[in-house]
Design a protein around this ligand. Structure first.
Ligand SMILES: [Fe+2]
Length: 258
């Protein structure tokens, strides 16, 4: 294990999610099947929706397992790709379609999901350092996973990038689920999480209010502290001070009661 302050910061790569042009969607699927050796059993999920009644279901997303851990509880150490297409008809707004259009691209890496052994501890740690999350911790019962999604990474004053992080814990124990439920009675909910996230991003896109990973004010504070330095001139003191800045910012923000 690398040198880390806490074991919940020893992240493993869980999955990566890519949005693709609908014309690429089926081709992507077959490429995974043929080239990455994805068998039918490795297709972990596929979600469909009938956007307009009577027009038939469309596939929104699929996820494929391309690798599995070799040690310990291998069942929960998969390496997964999730692919999303804008499945909405033209008459229905789609943040996924806009994401591709804004980037003038037919492919966009949307999020990377990191697996931790203690999501609750990491979530608290990140909140205490001013990180914004767009959802509470959610449980996907289909997949036996708890997960939370961060705000997007982008430079203040520019357009949101569409790129964010997800943090997951696999195989939560019944005790942990109970603890989470008590810990966060109001915001805890069970959902088909993909749909929960998809809806949340759609709402953000339509409102034009996209949450950033750190508040712009905090980002600018950090930016101005480091502005005069080359990367190799950033000292351990700088790192410690930036962390203090983040903790103080988060404390102030919580006092204001946001
Ligand atoms: Fe994800």
């Amino acid at each position: 294990m690398p040198s880390k302050k806490h074991s919940f910061l020893n992240f493993q790569l869980d999955h990566m999610t890519m949005h693709v042009d609908p014309k690429m969607y089926n081709v992507c699927y077959v490429i995974f099947r043929v080239l990455f050796g994805v068998e039918k059993d490795d297709v972990i999920y596929e979600k469909r929706k009938e956007w307009v009644k009577g027009t038939g279901e469309k596939s929104m997303t699929f996820a494929v397992r391309v690798g599995q851990g070799a040690i310990g509880d291998a069942k929960f150490q998969n390496t997964i790709f999730a692919i999303v297409q804008p499945s909405e008809p033209e008459s229905v707004p789609s943040h996924s379609r806009e994401l591709l259009k804004k980037h003038s691209s037919t492919v966009h890496w949307q999020h990377v999901a990191l697996r931790t052994n203690d999501l609750l501890a990491f979530h608290k740690y990140a909140l205490e350092r001013g990180v914004n999350f767009i959802t509470p911790i959610m449980q996907d019962e289909d997949e036996d996973v708890i997960q939370v999604f961060s705000g997007e990474w982008y430079l203040p004053g520019t357009l949101p990038s569409g790129v964010f992080f997800e943090f997951v814990q696999r195989n939560p124990t019944p005790e942990l689920l109970k603890k989470l439920e008590e810990h966060n009675r109001q915001s805890w909910f069970k959902d088909k999480t993909f749909l929960g996230l998809y809806q949340e991003k759609e709402m953000e896109n339509q409102s034009g209010n996209v949450r950033s990973f750190l508040d712009q004010e905090l980002f600018k504070q950090i930016q101005s502290r480091l502005a005069s330095k080359n990367l190799w001139e950033i000292t351990e003191d700088d790192v410690v001070n930036v962390e203090k800045m983040m903790v103080e910012f988060a404390k102030r923000k919580n006092l204001v009661g946001t």
